[in-house]
Design a protein around this ligand. Structure first.
Ligand code: CA
Length: 220
């Protein structure tokens, strides 16, 4: 029983949520709104959000990056978990989705902590490096286009301080990573980042089967 991760039946998952979720009312509203969108699957699960908030507090994080902001749930989770001087640089290419995000960040009273950058995230990250901000970030969440995952990971590692943490979403990709018949570019890109981190001596790491799989890599 305890030698491997428990299988979450729908009933057990409901129990987990009922007994452990303490979700901010604006996060609840944002999640309900996002669930109505055609791209709803891009939303992280609430228990994953709560876990990320806990990580932020354990790290005492104050300077963070959100790569792939979508409707703003993960950025809001992180902003709410940080003290007033905390900051999130939120990267996305979609004005449509991030306009929704802005509404909820304001409603939750943390819009002042979140700086939205509408541009390809690699450009934003490159600019931060050119501005001399390497080694200054406490936490980076990567949840944008999967084909660039390795690039995002490398840039994030440069921008992170020693002891800082990268969290990468969807690393189990709904099980497709383990299906050898699946050779789609996105699946291959996720496999590549998982395998690359396994051999990367610059980090210690753990892959958690929460949500769609969350890779945590801590910079040495
Ligand atoms: Ca995701």
């Amino acid at each position: 029983m305890s030698t491997k991760t428990i299988n979450l039946t729908p009933k057990l998952y409901d129990y987990l949520l009922n007994v452990s979720l303490r979700e901010h009312p604006v996060l609840q509203e944002l999640r309900a709104m996002t669930a109505q969108l055609p791209a709803a699957r891009m939303q992280i699960s609430p228990e994953q959000g709560q876990f990320m908030a806990l990580l932020i507090q354990l790290l005492d994080a104050k300077k963070t990056l959100d790569i792939g902001t979508f409707t703003g749930y993960s950025a809001l989770v992180v902003a709410l978990a940080m003290p007033n001087e905390g900051s999130v640089i939120a990267c996305d290419v979609s004005r449509e989705w991030t306009n929704k995000a802005l509404t909820y960040w304001e409603k939750a009273g943390v819009a002042n902590k979140i700086q939205l950058k509408i541009a390809p995230a690699l450009e934003t990250l490159q600019k931060l490096i050119e501005n001399g901000e390497s080694g200054t970030f406490d936490f980076v969440f990567i949840d944008a286009d999967k084909k660039n995952y390795l690039n995002y990971y490398e840039h994030a590692l440069t921008l992170l301080r020693p002891g800082g943490l990268i969290a990468i979403d969807n690393v189990l990709w709904d099980g497709r990573v383990a299906d050898e018949n699946n050779q789609e570019p996105e699946t291959q890109a996720i496999r590549a980042v998982n395998e690359s981190i396994k051999h990367d001596v610059r980090v210690t790491f753990s892959l958690l089967p929460i949500g769609d799989g969350l890779m945590l890599a801590r910079k040495k």
